[in-house]
Design a protein around this ligand. Sequence first.
Ligand SMILES: Cc1cc2nc3c(=O)[nH]c(=O)nc-3n(C[C@H](O)[C@H](O)[C@H](O)COP(=O)(O)OP(=O)(O)OC[C@H]3O[C@@H](n4cnc5c(N)ncnc54)[C@H](O)[C@@H]3O)c2cc1C
Length: 379
Amino acid sequence: MLPVREPDALYPKASAVILGAGVSGLSVAMALLQRRYSVTVLERSTVGGESSWAGGGILSPLLPWDYAEPVSALALRSMAGYADWVASIEAISGRDAEFWRCGMLALGVIDPEQAMAWCAAHGMAAQPGRPQSLQLPSGVPDQDPVWMPEVAQVRNPHLVAALRAAVVQLGGVIREHCPATGVLTQGGRVTAVQSAAETFPADSVVLATGAWSGLGLAGLAATPQIRPIRGQMLLFKLAPGVLETILYRNGLYLIPRRDGHVLVGSTLEDAGFDKSTDDATRQRLHAEAAELLPALAAMQPVRHWAGLRPGSPDNIPVIDRHPDFGNVFVNTGHYRYGVTLAPASAELLVDLMEGRTPVLDPTPYRWQAALERRWADGS
Ligand SMILES: Cc1cc2nc3c(=O)[nH]c(=O)nc-3n(C[C@H](O)[C@H](O)[C@H](O)COP(=O)(O)OP(=O)(O)OC[C@H]3O[C@@H](n4cnc5c(N)ncnc54)[C@H](O)[C@@H]3O)c2cc1C
């Protein structure tokens, strides 16, 4: 991961204005602050109040062998450094993000041999079957399991709170209820970002506006192919220790928290900027969750919500310089895995901002590559 720049009184502080205070914007903010930039984050609503709050915090693609290589490359780099990244955020902020290497048991894996071959080729720990040592509540089906012991999770709302505190501790300024509306430009560069009431001068600008990246701003083209994809979640409260590993089957997952909460997700709904939930989905998620963990059958969820993922074709984010302006950068479109991909995405973006050769090949995450990708419906 990026080296932290040593204090240097002579080094002039460049200013960066970051649009969007989700995990994508805050992780870039922290990386830039550690490199002595002065950083202002503008947030339309409240910090981390959108997808970064609504998600599950599993730190891996659900069935890692099902994804395109650019997703795997970014995910594996993030996963390898995640514990250290969280530890540094916790050390700066003094807050616990609840990183937990709880492992993930995938059930109903259609081709376990192919899954094992993929894991071996990508250095990901996995074994077919259910290890004897794995403590599971009674009734969890034993159907074509693959056990991935190193898959971890964070409690994403706590991660965002810790990131926010770290950004402030490092001298960053966060402005909530301050939607960016447009930019001022001069000679191929953006000189300032505008909100309804204020102008924020900037040496560089980072767009991390999640599902809203597909809308653009006055004077700044929208990021291609990003659209909101709604996900509904249920929350149950069990006694602590009943479930201590992530369970997955056929698109549905159960994520235990250490205090006994269990999240159940999710849906993939192309419904625009609509965060409503519905009873039919609540009943379906509840019934499917109870098939995996029968103890849930007699319980009622304590909460049901929906969030808007920054959807992108093939789940491949856009991490690049904006094509119209040399000092505008984009970190968005992380779709189902923005919490997982945050550290490696911030690392790649800051490398691009500072003109270093990145560790990962940046080609698949380029703006141009996103222009050429299509959604499954051909759009
Ligand atoms: C149900 C669900 C389950 C998920 N589970 C997981 C999981 O288990 N693991 C995982 O890795 N990922 C998961 N995700 C995906 C993950 O949450 C997202 O990919 C990630 O949070 C995206 O972060 P972001 O910062 O790009 O977007 P957001 O968190 O949405 O942040 C973007 C921010 O930009 C702000 N904004 C928009 N426009 C403007 C503007 N003009 N000016 C200023 N601010 C603006 C918004 O208000 C918002 O706060 C899940 C998502 C959902 C919805």
